[in-house]
Every structure is written in structure tokens, then in C-alpha cells.
Design a binder for this molecule. Structure first.
Ligand code: OSB
Ligand code: MG
Length: 374
């Protein structure tokens, strides 16, 4: 396809419930929506998961806007033809900024699937008709309130519970939850809040029959995670530390983890996600799809990836109402009673974007046209 325009919307949405992690508390979520259009008017949508501030990663809404407008768009417009498998090579000139790159790459995948009149899941190689849904629960004001939220999510059918932890909100909390629910699947996510000096805490968590401990140590670390993994029976799962397929290989060679959480935004898009998925399958690592509180557009991309055959743990992909009062897609994402989400069989990400609502939510908007750059 030939990309004629790239439209960017900076939107901000109020979360149905504030989300607190070891790196901060979010009441609103900001992101950039990306729409690409090709020469025959086919549209592809995606979402850039860079946040308001450089807390989860160094990228922010503002850096991503700048990188897309001033560097990604010119590189894409310079190509006569692009497709989902070649656009990565074009963008590889830019170092880092995976979230910015991923958003444009993923919009091109959606457009490609629509051109071929096939679901995105199918052109990615997905095979599952339903994906397993887990829920990620932020740090709460107290344990009783946390237990109430867990019970609500379990009633809805979610297949596993992920608890955010940080120093001071860890062993005691998880112990209480485990005591209340001896048999459910529980995992924890520290978002890099610990160091090896906290080994005692991590050894306590190791006794609580957890599915995995996600990113306990430094956001860029592989070495100390490898040391830690050798001391624990619980599998470590890496999130922040895995920024490319190469990182996944290094993590495996070092023994830094036994499970990888793939977020397409973090690793540069669908192609890199597929490579990590395939590598995990070959290397015998666990693998699942993580989330960044995406709107229904980003979630469509996650659902498609989660349909890949090698995904073997529940995903951080929940229903629309778990994140927002009103999602920007139609129909909204819903949870089946068995704790799964059905993979759409319509072309592309398989849902309609509520463009009026997007326009209404936009704090900032721009249309980049091929003709303006050449
Ligand atoms: O570490 O997985 C994380 C949200 C924002 C930033 C980092 C993370 C998360 C989540 C949310 O855990 C998962 C979801 O979207 O349901
Ligand atoms: Mg995480």
C-alpha cells in the first residue's frame, strides 16, 4: 500500500477506577490514536501507549508526537510502497522510540488486514477463537477494599488476578489474598520497585504459590533478574526489560526469566511481537500479552496477538468496562462468562471506531499528508 496520510489524535480518558502502580497513580489516561490511510482510502487504526510522563518508559505523548510527525511520517511517506513486513526496516533508522514506531506499524497492519478483508488475528497467524482474560488490579487504599474488588472480578469470570505490589504493599497483602483464595491463579507485578537488597521480601513471595512474579528488579535489567531467578522456584516474568526480540533471546540465555509479557508498544509493534512469540515457543518460555490500559482500539490489536497459538498464560486484556465508562469502539469489548474474550471475525481489528467521540475527546489533532512532505 501507499500511505497517503497519517492522522494523530491526542486524547485523554477518565479511567473507571484510578490505577496505582509502584511508579504512580493514574486517574486519567492519555494516549495518541493513529489513523493511516492508503491510496484507495482504506483506513488502519492503532494506539500509541506512551503515557503523560516518562514513568513506565522514557517515551511520553509529547515525545511520541514529535517522533511520529518529524521522523516516522517522512520515512513512511518517502517509500512508494509499504507493508507490515517492510515498514520495520524503514523505521529501524530511528533508535529507540518503540512506542511511537509501533503505533504506525500497527495501524499499517490493520490497514493491510482490511485490504485483504481478513481479521488481523488471521494475518498475524492467530488460531484461537477466544483468548483467556486476566485482570490487573492496582494498589488500593486497604486490603479489605482490595478483597472486595477481587471478589467482584472473580464473579465476572476473570481467569487470573494480577496484583500490583511495591515495598510496603506486598507480602502481607498477597498472603491475605492467598488465604482468602487458596486455589485461584494469582500473580504479582512490581514494575521494577525492588532490588536484590529486598531478597527477603522476594523469598517470602516465593512461598505463596504465585503463577509468576513480574519485573521485580530494574526496568532495564537482565543480570540481577538472572541471579534472582536462580534463587526462586516461582517463575519470573519480564515486562519492562524486554524491548526487542534480541532482549528475549538474551533473557533466555542468561536465565533471567521463564515467562515473557509481550506488549507490542514496548517492543516496536506486531512484527517484533511475533518474533518474540515464536522464540518463546521454541525456547520453552511462557508467553502472554500484556496491556497498558488501552482504549478499545489498542485492545483490538492485543486480542489479535493473544490469539497466537503459543500464548500459554492468561493475558492482561480485560473488558472495556473494566477500564472506561464508555469505550471509543463499537461494540465494546466484553467478557464471556467463562472468562474469555472472543476474537472478532471481521476484517482488521474487527470493531468500529466511534469517530465522533474521538473528535470530541481530542485535546490535539493533526493530519500529516504525503503531499506536505514531498
Ligand atoms: O506493568 O503491566 C504493567 C498498566 C500500565 C503500565 C504498566 C502495566 C499496566 C498494567 C495494566 O498492568 C494491564 C491492563 O491493561 O489491563
Ligand atoms: Mg508489568
Amino acid at each position: 500500500m501507499e500511505i497517503e496520510s497519517i492522522e494523530l489524535y491526542h486524547i485523554r480518558m477518565k479511567l473507571a477506577h484510578p490505577f496505582e502502580t509502584s511508579f504512580g497513580r493514574q486517574v486519567y489516561r492519555s494516549c495518541i490514536l493513529v489513523k493511516v490511510e492508503d491510496e484507495s482510502g482504506v483506513e488502519g487504526w492503532a494506539e500509541c501507549v506512551a503515557g503523560r510522563g516518562p514513568w513506565y518508559s522514557y517515551e511520553t505523548v509529547e515525545t511520541a508526537w514529535h517522533i511520529i510527525r518529524d521522523f516516522i511520517a517522512p520515512l513512511v511517506f518517502k517509500e512508494k510502497q509499504v507493508n507490515p513486513l517492510t515498514v520495520n526496516r524503514v523505521l529501524s533508522k530511528i533508535r529507540g522510540h518503540n512506542m511511537a514506531k509501533a503505533s504506525v506499524e500497527m495501524a499499517i497492519w490493520d490497514a493491510e488486514a482490511k485490504i485483504r478483508k481478513q481479521p488481523l488475528s488471521v494475518i498475524l497467524g492467530g488460531e484461537k477463537e477466544k483468548i483467556e482474560s486476566g485482570v490487573s488490579i492496582g494498589i488500593q487504599k486497604d486490603i479489605d477494599y482490595l478483597l472486595k474488588r477481587i471478589s467482584m472480578f472473580l464473579d465476572q469470570g476473570y481467569r487470573r488476578i494480577k496484583l500490583k505490589i511495591k515495598p510496603g504493599w506486598d507480602v502481607e497483602v498477597v498472603k491475605r489474598v492467598r488465604k482468602e483464595y487458596p486455589d485461584i491463579r494469582i500473580q504479582v507485578d512490581a514494575n521494577a520497585a525492588y532490588t536484590l537488597r529486598d531478597l527477603r521480601v522476594l523469598l517470602e513471595l516465593d512461598k505463596l504459590d504465585l503463577l509468576m512474579i513480574e519485573q521485580p528488579l530494574g526496568y532495564d535489567d537482565l543480570i540481577y533478574h538472572s541471579k534472582l531467578q536462580s534463587m526462586l522456584k516461582t517463575p519470573l516474568c519480564l515486562d519492562e526489560s524486554i524491548k526487542s526480540p534480541e532482549d528475549a533471546v538474551k533473557a533466555n540465555l542468561l536465565g533471567s526469566c521463564r515467562i515473557i509479557n509481550i506488549k507490542p508498544g514496548r517492543v516496536g509493534g506486531h512484527r517484533a511481537s511475533l518474533m518474540i512469540h515464536d522464540y518463546c515457543t521454541l525456547a520453552g518460555l511462557g508467553v502472554w500479552i500484556g496491556g497498558m490500559l488501552e482504549t478499545g482500539i489498542g485492545r483490538g490489536h492485543l486480542v489479535a496477538l493473544a490469539s497466537l497459538p503459543g500464548i500459554n498464560y492468561p493475558n492482561d486484556i480485560s473488558a472495556s468496562d473494566r477500564y472506561y465508562e464508555e469505550d471509543i469502539v463499537e461494540p465494546p469489548w466484553t467478557l464471556n462468562p467463562d472468562g474469555t474474550i472472543s476474537v472478532p471475525n471481521k476484517p482488521g481489528i474487527g470493531i468500529k471506531v466511534k469517530t465522533d467521540l474521538v473528535e470530541e475527546l481530542a485535546l490535539k489533532k493533526t493530519v500529516l499528508r504525503k503531499s506536505d512532505y514531498t
